[in-house]
Design a protein around this ligand. Structure first.
Ligand SMILES: Cc1cc2nc3c(=O)[nH]c(=O)nc-3n(C[C@H](O)[C@H](O)[C@H](O)COP(=O)(O)OP(=O)(O)OC[C@H]3O[C@@H](n4cnc5c(N)ncnc54)[C@H](O)[C@@H]3O)c2cc1C
Length: 368
């Protein structure tokens, strides 16, 4: 039986372990933390289940929704995101919606800038892209400060790798409802994604070991060092940051993280339906507030919200900066071979949500 080692037991690593097991591989899944699931693991505060960030599935690919629905039955959710713009003392829809402009005190200036917008295609950086897309005032209200605090940068002009996926760009018009071909969902079970992770870890011929932080790799064999032993395999699947795999040969890759503050409030619900998280686009220290019971379905007279504050204490979001992407790519090119994969959000050094890491796994597994 062919043997695979999967490093990292988040959603990416667990999905790979499961898919490899289904293809008849023997899999050793190694996770540095004490528990599997990475950022999608369900934690509890005041009895309320929650994850670090919303972690809902958001995909336009029916097969991804069906994949998860099969293993962890999903509750479809309606959602639209609201952003608080302190200078207007208003919550507006996000992506910026044309209807909201009529409610803005400076609507005439906003409209004049929209009428004279530049060409987003000609933009050289994130800031120019947004100003060319929606004008200076809307950029200022919705994007400038949010982005600066999100990435902890002095100016948004440093963000020069800004390939958008269309979810959050420009001005939306028409219905506020989510398009019916978009699947927004969360596991029905109060265990959230844990049931999926646990199913992957207990799949046939999968051995999951937690508390094993891997820092030594032999990419030629391939093999990884665990304790004093080198463990060899036919296929190594790395879902971790590529700089760790090559012992930071080209320097440590930069990421921005989040501090997370859970707060229980003495009321059943705080954020009006159908929204389950809010953005704060101004000088506040936090970027986002999530109300968890709307995702998890937890019933309580109280509600749990989570505040997210950008931080350098953990490594979560790869920087959309070309020089950093190029450095990461140097690592990735050196790691990848027919026996070694570097996959997922960290392995690609690219923000990928649950749907995207799963889609990558489902596509690549067929090539193995
Ligand atoms: C704050 C936040 C909120 C998010 N919200 C959403 C959302 O609402 N919807 C959505 O679709 N996506 C969301 N995402 C993204 C999505 O959850 C992840 O991309 C997806 O879960 C894939 O995770 P992963 O396994 O690649 O990474 P992770 O979950 O980070 O897992 C990586 C794992 O590798 C382990 N590890 C790292 N280094 C080593 C090592 N050397 N040895 C052994 N183990 C190691 C870590 O401990 C961790 O468990 C969010 C991401 C963040 C950061």
């Amino acid at each position: 039986m062919k043997k695979a080692i999967v490093v990292g037991g988040g959603m990416t690593g667990c999905t790979w372990a499961h898919l490899l097991s289904e293809k008849g591989w023997e899999v050793l899944l190694l996770e540095g933390d004490k528990i599997l699931g990475g950022g999608c693991r369900t934690m509890h505060y005041g009895g309320h289940p929650y994850t670090f960030g919303p972690r809902h599935l958001f995909t336009d690919k029916a097969h991804i929704f069906e994949y998860y629905d099969k293993y962890v039955p999903q509750r479809r959710l309606a959602h639209y995101l609201l952003t608080y713009v302190e200078r207007d003392q208003e919550f507006y829809s996000y992506p910026i919606h044309h209807d909201d402009i009529a409610r803005m005190p400076d609507r005439d200036e906003v409209q004049a800038q929209l009428d004279n917008r530049g060409d987003p295609g000609a933009a050289k950086n994130f800031e120019e892209y947004w100003i060319n897309s929606v004008g200076e005032i809307l950029y200022d209200k919705f994007v400038r400060h949010y982005s600066k605090k999100m990435w902890q940068i002095e100016e948004n002009t440093v963000l020069d790798d800004f390939k958008f996926d269309g979810k959050g760009v420009g001005l939306s018009e028409g219905s506020h409802e989510v398009r019916p071909d978009i699947f927004i969902s969360y596991p029905i079970s109060l265990g959230g994604w844990d049931d999926y992770v646990d199913m992957c870890a207990s799949a046939e011929n999968v051995e999951a070991r937690t508390g094993v932080f891997v820092s030594e790799f032999d990419l030629n064999k391939p093999a990884v060092k665990v304790g004093e032993d080198w463990l060899e395999c036919d296929l190594l699947v790395s879902t971790i940051s590529p700089d760790i795999v090559l012992r930071h040969a080209y320097g440590e890759l930069n990421y921005i993280g989040r501090d997370f503050i859970p707060i229980v409030l003495p009321c059943k619900q705080v954020i009006p339906d159908p929204t389950f998280f809010l953005h704060y686009a101004g000088q506040e220290t936090y970027t986002r507030i999530v109300e968890y019971k709307k995702l998890t379905g937890y019933q309580s007279e109280q509600t749990l919200i989570g505040l997210e504050i950008p931080s350098t204490r953990n490594k979560l979001y790869p920087y959309p900066i070309k020089a950093e992407q190029a450095r990461a790519q140097k690592y990735i090119d050196e790691i990848r071979s027919d026996k070694v994969l570097s996959v997922g959000r960290l392995g690609n050094y690219r923000y990928m949500d649950i749907g995207l890491v799963t889609d990558e796994a489902l596509q690549k597994i067929d090539e193995i």
